[in-house]
Ligand binder design. Structure first.
Ligand SMILES: [Zn+2]
Length: 269
């Protein structure tokens, strides 16, 4: 039998949106079929001498927390971040922890299935690492086929989008690069204690023949520092501007989807 908590103060039911920190009462009170489950994916790998190995989930998790706090939507639920990703292309660098693509695909599938089993049909993935993009898509296609009434959305590559949406704040290569100008700037904004700019590596813009044809390179074929881009150009101010732009995109996506009850295309009104 469920206990009667009617005498308990309202604040006890409030949640900070993080599943890992909620108790069962908060879960019962805050999660329903209008909830949006946020899945954060990262990696554990070298990001140059100046950035932490957990960069690819530390920043997206921070982004998820910020949008949950700022969004008017009360029932955003952030699942614990997955700290490992597909980092086979970084294996030559010390202490790369990598999953095989099929392992990550199954992990994502299992999580999505768990979310669906709990009645949540609205899933937003925030990805922090390039190697995860293919497994996310494979898992999402499989789950969508099994559960057509579920919406699975993903911010696949914030580090690419951010150069396009910040109107020239980044000086080199649109901010791109692994541990480059944008990644270092956002980390300086959210966890400056984890960035050591004294170790920021020299600028490396990989020489590749075409931006239309993709080469499946190993990262050590492109850089000997573990990083690319222009880390030395990074600042916390650029990072804050980048975060505001990303927050805006995510928050307006959620509120636009809410307006249409998470229908789109032919099923939207
Ligand atoms: Zn990465």
């Amino acid at each position: 039998m469920k206990k009667d908590y009617s005498e308990v103060k309202d604040s006890a039911f409030r949640s900070n949106h993080l599943l890992e920190e909620m108790n069962a009462v908060q879960v019962r009170k805050n999660i329903n079929k209008k909830s949006v489950a946020v899945i954060v994916l990262g990696a554990c790998e070298n990001h140059g001498d100046h950035m932490p190995f957990g960069s690819d989930f530390i920043f997206p998790m921070e982004l998820a927390k910020r949008i949950a706090k700022k969004s008017e939507k009360k029932n955003i639920i952030i699942l614990p971040a997955i700290p490992y990703g597909v980092s086979l292309h970084h294996n030559e660098f010390q202490m790369t922890m990598s999953l095989e693509p099929r392992t990550l695909e199954l992990v994502i599938q299992d999580l999505v299935e768990s979310v669906i089993r709990n009645g949540i049909r609205r899933i937003l993935v925030i990805n922090g690492h390039d190697g995860n993009i293919a497994p996310i898509e494979s898992a999402a296609r499989t789950c969508k086929d099994r559960h057509p009434d579920t919406v699975i959305a993903c911010l696949e590559a914030w580090w690419v989008s951010v150069g396009e949406i910040t109107h020239g704040i980044f000086e080199v290569w649109g901010g791109l690069g692994h541990g480059g100008e944008a990644e270092t700037s956002t980390m300086l904004a959210v966890r400056p204690d984890l960035v050591n700019m004294e170790f920021a590596p020299k600028e490396v813009i990989p020489k590749l023949p075409s931006d239309k044809i993709r080469i499946y390179w190993k990262f050590n074929e492109l850089t000997d520092t573990g990083a690319t881009g222009a880390a030395k150009k990074a600042t916390a101010q650029k990072g804050e501007a980048a975060i505001r732009a990303l927050e805006k995109i995510l928050i307006s996506f959620i509120s636009d989807m809410d307006k249409n009850d998470w229908r789109y295309g032919l099923s939207s009104k």
